[in-house]
Structure formats: C-alpha cells, structure tokens
Design a protein around this ligand. Sequence first.
Ligand code: VGL
Ligand code: ZN
Length: 194
Amino acid sequence: MTNYDPATALVVVDVQNDFADPAGSLAVSGGKALIPDINAEVQRAATAGGVIVYTQDWHPESTPHFAKDGGKWPVHCVGGTWGAEFHPHLQVVGRAIRKGQQGEDGYSGFRMRDLAGGEEIPTDLEPFLREGGVSSVVVCGLATDYCVKETALDAVRLGFKTAVRADLVAAVNLEAGDGDRAIEAMRAAGVEIE
Ligand code: VGL
Ligand code: ZN
C-alpha cells in the first residue's frame, strides 16, 4: 500500500450526493458505504503530510453528457444543486477541482473535451499537483468505470506514479463487469492496483 508524504497525493474522485447517496440520480451501488473508509484514508494521508485533493463532476443544466440532450446519463451533478455537493459524511480537507463547468464532456479529473471544437481543456489538477511537488498519486472514489478510470489513466500518461485503491472505489456497471474491466485496463496501463 502506498504511504503518504508531501510528494504523494490522495485524489478523491466525485464523492458527491448524486453518486454516493442512495437518493442520488446516478447512485453507485456501494458508494455510500465506502465513505468511512475513504475518510480513514484521508486521515492517513493528512497525518503523513500528504496532499489531499477532491474532484467534483459539475455540469450545467443542459449538456450533451445528459440523455435528455443526446448523451447517455440521467441529469446529475448540476452545479449548485444538492446532487453536486460533496456527500455530507465525506471529510473535505483539501482543494476541490470542478470539471465540466462550461458543458465540456469527459470523465478525467485532469482534462475535459470542449464539445464545440473538440479540443482538450486541462483542469487545474495537474498544475496544482506539480506546484505542490507531487510525483505520486493514489486515486479512490466514484465511479471505477468512468471518472476513477480516466483520472488514473491520465495520471499515468502525465508521468505520475499512480495507484488505485481497489477497496475504495465502486462502479456504475451499466454492463455487468464494467468495473472489473476498468480495473484490468488501469492495471495494463501501469496503474498499481492496491
Ligand atoms: C461519472 C458518469 C457520468 C463519474 C460522471 O464520476 O464516474 N460517471 N459522469
Ligand atoms: Zn457526469
């Protein structure tokens, strides 16, 4: 298991009401049950002087990400609504990075895709980590098969030593097995599965 130090960051992905609360519009099975263990990991990182950072899925009311606008998802994590807030049980003790604010699509905490021009737009996550001197990241949160996976794959591509805590993630599983396939895809790309 990765030990924390000031060059190691815990990235807590999208532990927001719409994913983590059973009443959320895109509730991930088993999501809420992870929160105490995620908090324990936050504590472990904080005690060792690690960096802690959170991502938030943060959509406008209309975006091609949503089924009603031509995409695949129920409306979720609309900025400023209950669904986009962190779950109240989550310990939030670090910077939050919001992705998708202009309606861009994409799942990674590191970048978004502009839907008009198709360009990739970086978020503040990489500069935040680099400026803090971080070279190694541990990823946990929701959901294994979308935002955790894409965040971890980008972290590897960007040259961070990357681990995912398999016990601190849960999957949407639109198709049975998506979560397991995501774990294997991350492992194949060089992510340490812990
Ligand atoms: C996510 C589906 C749609 C995620 C975000 O956080 O994994 N999944 N938007
Ligand atoms: Zn989303």
